[in-house]
Design a protein around this ligand. Structure first.
Ligand SMILES: *[C@@H]1O[C@H](CO)[C@@H](O)[C@H](O)[C@H]1NC(C)=O
Ligand SMILES: *[C@@H]1O[C@H](CO)[C@@H](O)[C@H](O)[C@H]1NC(C)=O
Ligand SMILES: *[C@@H]1O[C@H](CO)[C@@H](O)[C@H](O)[C@H]1NC(C)=O
Ligand SMILES: *[C@@H]1O[C@H](CO)[C@@H](O)[C@H](O)[C@H]1NC(C)=O
Ligand SMILES: *[C@@H]1O[C@H](CO)[C@@H](O)[C@H](O)[C@H]1NC(C)=O
Ligand SMILES: *[C@@H]1O[C@H](CO)[C@@H](O)[C@H](O)[C@H]1NC(C)=O
Length: 419
């Protein structure tokens, strides 16, 4: 069958943003090179003829594509914040795709897992981000274990956190429709949708106007510089920070095995010799180094960096969400507003933060400072010494006694505007 490139591409591309079913029908009736046409926005196509034909001008996307990065650290409230992006119907959201890269780069045969080559790892992180931002989800196949077969995998990390990966066209509901749009449960999506077809995921990505990715694996914002400078991307970095004392308390609850020494310290009031202070120290260092870089406004980051304190978001979710949406230059859709209303109510009967490791459904106001009732003063004092510069930079007050620590009517979050 003879296939006129231009006509077919025009047809296929034009239908992309509008109707997935249209593409399917077209693709089914076509053969040969046209099969790859859904990738026409991918900027890495080796054939230059393709690239010319697949110019962005063919894409019926109304506003230019936004590439949003939620740049955070473990237990800083990024699941919650990510939901503000995930709920937007025009955003294709992926939760921590870099997990797979880190797995591939980590030597799991040694008892303490360690990264083989940090510089190469950061390069691979950026490669994956760039490819995801251009909707090439097949690129993930280099890292997912076990290796996907026929572009299909059952091992996509935290798939349930991504609305787009659990709804049509990626997920063709089988049997009864379960209403589960924002349950934190990680099992429902693979159960309802079966294995993930990465080709369908790529197509879904292309049909959305914008892409948001959450990661806690990039250490510093300067590690993202080549991406902010890449002319093919319009990268917007939301830097989410949180009081390091709260981060520590949350990590102790979520990862109790890893934090056994800390828990002993917390329970006895005595610091064990073998407690590892390096992790929280580097968390603080990375957090303030990134904030300093961002607030200095270097040319490569200008207009692309927003510092958000989780505590401000928890206290004032609607205003902060509005600020985030203004920053990424998108309208905050009703669905986002509805999700906020449902998940941030002062509702003492909702599950506390630690009842589910990655729960986002909770009363954000109550949990933001609840760490103050869950950490011994001795630990707090130690973290304050390790992280004093970070606390000062981000506007978190130190406490000087156990009584001050436990007195919740005395807020430790200073009013700050990071503009
Ligand atoms: C992985 O770790 C083990 C144990 O520490 C070591 O013997 C092995 O050489 C490491 N492999 C690589 C590829 O570094
Ligand atoms: C994945 O989806 C694509 C596009 O619809 C389809 O052509 C392919 O057969 C699917 N793969 C599998 C293994 O079902
Ligand atoms: C509070 O939570 C309970 C149980 O999760 C729920 O039934 C109730 O509707 C919630 N109330 C409000 C005001 O959100
Ligand atoms: C620390 O100990 C107190 C009791 O002294 C306990 O209530 C709290 O849950 C513990 N915190 C953590 C993070 O384990
Ligand atoms: C933090 O502690 C170090 C060492 O004790 C000190 O030199 C530095 O001035 C402190 N920074 C702030 C902001 O207090
Ligand atoms: C708790 O803090 C508030 C506000 O700073 C203060 O007025 C109050 O006296 C404190 N309560 C105690 C018991 O220290």
């Amino acid at each position: 069958m003879e296939c006129s490139w231009k006509t077919v591409l025009l047809l296929v591309c034009a239908s992309l943003g509008i109707q997935y079913t249209a593409i399917r029908t077209l693709r089914d009736s076509l053969s040969g090179p046209c099969q790859g046409a859904y990738r026409c926005q991918s900027r890495h196509h080796r054939d230059s003829k393709w690239r010319a034909l697949c110019d962005d001008s063919w894409m019926p996307v109304e506003s230019p594509r936004k590439h949003i990065l939620l740049f955070a650290t473990t237990r800083s409230g990024s699941s919650f914040t990510g939901q503000l992006l995930n709920q937007h119907p025009g955003i294709f959201y992926v939760f921590e795709p870099l997990y797979h890269v880190q797995q591939a780069f980590t030597n799991s045969s040694s008892r303490v897992r360690h990264t083989l080559d940090r510089r190469a790892l950061l390069g691979a992180y950026r490669d994956l981000l760039l490819n995801l931002y251009t909707c090439d989800l097949h690129f993930m196949e280099n890292y997912i274990r076990p290796e996907p077969q026929d572009h299909v995998t059952s091992s996509f990390f935290r798939r349930s956190s991504s609305h787009a990966l659990c709804s049509p066209p990626v997920c063709l509901e089988r049997g009864e429709v379960v209403v589960v749009s924002d349950l934190p449960d990680e099992i429902w999506c693979p159960k309802k949708c079966g294995a993930l077809n990465l080709t369908l995921a790529s197509m879904s990505c292309l049909s959305k106007g914008h892409i948001a990715i959450k990661t806690v694996r990039v250490p510093e914002v300067k590690d993202l510089r080549t991406l902010t400078e890449d002319p093919r991307l319009d990268l917007k970095i939301i830097h989410l920070v949180r009081d390091p004392r709260a981060i520590l308390a949350s990590r102790m609850m979520a990862f109790s095995d890893q934090f056994r020494a800390w828990k002993i310290w917390n329970a006895t009031g005595r610091q064990p010799r073998y407690v590892d202070l390096s992790q929280i120290t580097s968390t603080c260092k990375d957090m303030s180094a990134s904030a300093e870089t961002g607030l200095r406004r270097p040319t490569w980051l200008r207009g692309r960096y927003l510092l958000v304190r989780y505590e401000d978001l928890a206290l004032n979710p609607t205003d902060k969400a509005n600020e985030i949406y203004r920053f990424v230059e998108l309208d905050m859709e009703d669905r986002v507003q509805t999700w906020i209303a449902k998940n941030t109510n002062a509702n003492m009967s909702s599950p506390p933060e630690w009842s589910y490791r990655y729960s986002t459904t909770r009363d954000s106001r109550v949990t933001a400072e609840s760490w103050r009732l869950r950490l011994g003063f001795d630990i707090v004092r130690t973290v304050q010494n390790l992280c004093n510069d970070t606390l000062a930079l981000l506007g978190y007050k130190q406490v000087h006694s156990a009584a001050e620590l436990r007195n919740l009517s005395h807020s430790l979050v200073e009013h700050r505007l990071f503009q």
